[in-house]
Design a protein around this ligand. Structure first.
Ligand code: MEV
Length: 328
């Protein structure tokens, strides 16, 4: 039996635009998916996800023994999660040259599904790492990140960047621009997350931005402008200038809204944090619903979010310095 965990992430800057070659800066957070893998005697795959939780928001279901998990999360999220695990195991079979390897897989995660915190990337990274080790191979972190990216790329019909998977594999704050992925230094970031209890459909949201970009030159300009905001954001991070980082996060949120990927509840949470004098606030991830990320050194944003209708949970998140962890 082998066990690996990998962290979720928030985007400080650059989601969506990164799909078109602009830079992005995601940052790993201490919310993890833990995957336990045991090789089977046959070539089958059995996946059990006992507990996918966030404080005050827990869903439970008991595996796929009859093909119909007992779930209280939307079916499409479960189907999506299982699609990621299936494809991750295909990558493992390929890299280890063991096409007939079968596994029992248990997923435990405290990252809500599809909510912009990188749940699928964390599950994929941890699953590939644990299953390859179960077969006696250990991947370098770069190769692990690449295999995890190939998994997302396949499941999302080619609409994926390397940002989520690289960040989850390596940990820390990272910069991704096309194939160029690296860790960057970031100051201590007072990250606050608000969660509306919902989720967005990444594939649909990415396709929506693609369509807008093709229809309107100004939408293509908006994507490019996000790239410019990211470059300024990187400089502000390097200087440790959190006020400027926050201002640019606000700007980034406005541009994402213009591209149609925000929602009423995301906007409401962003404004709750701004009204509480957060340094800045924006949606994180694909959007449509899920989470916002705010920067606030005081307790004010977290408190304001807790009292905001439509905000299901609010919490502070620490930067995860370590990406994948090999636990057993
Ligand atoms: C989703 O977490 C982030 C997107 O930029 C898609 C991607 O980068 O693969 C929307």
């Amino acid at each position: 039996m082998t066990v690996s965990s990998a962290p979720g992430k928030v985007y400080l800057f650059g989601e969506h635009a990164v799909v078109y070659g602009e830079p992005a800066v995601p940052c790993a957070i201490e919310r993890r998916a833990r995957v336990t893998v045991e090789q089977r005697a046959d070539d089958k795959l059995r996946v059990q996800a006992d507990n996918l939780s966030l404080d005050g928001f827990t869903v439970e279901y008991g595996g796929r023994t009859d093909g119909h998990p007992d779930v209280d999360v939307p079916e499409h999220l479960i189907t999506a999660a299982m699609g990621y695990v299936d494809e991750a195991i295909e990558q493992v079979r390929d890299v280890t040259e063991e096409p007939d390897a079968g596994f029992d897989v248990i997923i435990e995660s405290d990252i809500p599904l599809g909510a912009g915190l990188g749940s699928s990337a964390a599950v994929v990274v941890a699953a590939i790492d644990a299953a390859t080790r179960e077969l006696g191979a250990t991947l370098e972190v770069d190769e692990l990140a690449e295999r995890a990216f190939q998994t997302e790329y396949a499941v999302q019909d080619g609409q994926a960047s390397r940002a989520d998977t690289f960040c989850s594999a390596t940990g820390g704050a990272v910069r991704v621009e096309g194939e160029d992925c690296r860790r960057i230094d970031a100051p201590d970031l007072p990250i606050v997350i608000g969660f509306d209890g919902g989720a967005g459909e990444t594939g649909e949201l990415v396709s929506g931005v693609r369509a807008l970009r093709e229809e309107y030159a100004f939408a293509a300009d908006t994507v490019e402008t996000i790239g410019n905001v990211v470059r300024r954001g990187e400089a502000a991070l390097e200087d440790g200038n959190l006020e400027e980082v926050g201002r640019l996060m606000d700007f980034n949120h406005g541009l994402l809204s213009a591209l149609g990927v925000s929602s009423r509840s995301l906007d409401t949470m962003v404004w709750a944090a701004r009204d509480a004098d957060a340094l800045g606030a924006k949606l994180t991830g694909a959007g449509g619903g899920g989470c916002i990320v705010a920067l606030d050194q005081t307790e004010a944003s977290e408190t304001a979010l807790r009292f905001t209708p439509g905000c299901e949970d609010a919490f502070r998140a620490e930067l995860a310095e370590t990406g994948v962890k090999r636990l057993e």
